[in-house]
Design a protein around this ligand. Structure first.
Ligand code: AMP
Length: 189
């Protein structure tokens, strides 16, 4: 299956995507992780991306779409993918649809984790990552509202959107995620 997680930073996309990856035996694709790894390895991509994410800004669409296009060529992706943090703009979603259509593996489901801005701000401050300062958190939430939230309408229009209550424990949220995925695969059978 090809599944996308959408939600503000701190909504629990990473945690839930990893659990779903184990549950389904698919590949976990996190563009944020790819950028952090590239930064650790001090590659050109890492240095370029770090300028954006340290400021709480989105990395440009061409760069993000480029690394995903390359990653999707690798054979392990044949098992299916859980996308975590990608797409984050409508342009990225359109590019993903085109890439998946070309690969003959259309998107099955989009899971949107709903959590209030107050809760995500608290979670992010507690996480202590280098891009989690109060200023960058505010900026990332602003970017989410402006650039990423429109994705919900895009996917709703395609009939692929499932809203998930992202509050409660990780296990409570995962129970909701699993139910949504099970319902989507039953509907396909
Ligand atoms: P994440 O770990 O998903 O929160 O991503 C960390 C940072 O990487 C984000 O704040 C962005 O600066 C950048 N990033 C990750 N994924 C994307 C994406 N799909 N589009 C643009 N920027 C991204």
């Amino acid at each position: 299956m090809q599944i996308v997680f959408v939600g503000p930073p701190g909504a629990g996309k990473g945690t839930q995507a990893l659990r779903l990856k184990d549950h389904l035996g698919v590949v976990h694709l996190s563009t944020g992780e790819m950028f952090r790894e590239a930064e650790r390895e001090d590659t050109d991509l890492g240095r370029q991306a770090a300028e954006y994410f340290r400021a709480g800004a989105l990395v440009p669409d061409e760069v993000v779409v480029g690394i995903i296009a390359e990653r999707l060529q690798q054979p392990d992706c044949d098992a299916g993918c859980v996308f975590d943090g990608f797409p984050r703009t409508v342009a990225q979603a359109e590019a993903l649809d085109a890439m998946l259509a070309e690969a003959g593996r259309p998107l099955d489901l989009v899971l949107a984790l709903e959590v209030s801005n107050d809760v995500v701000s608290q979670r992010l401050l507690g996480r202590g990552r280098v891009d989690d300062t109060p200023d960058t958190i505010r900026e990332r939430l602003r970017q989410y509202d402006q650039l990423t939230r429109p994705l919900l309408e895009y996917y709703r229009g395609q009939g692929q959107l499932c809203m998930i209550d992202g509050t409660g424990t990780e296990s409570e949220v995962f129970t909701r995620v699993r139910a949504a995925v099970d319902a989507a695969s039953a509907a396909q059978d």
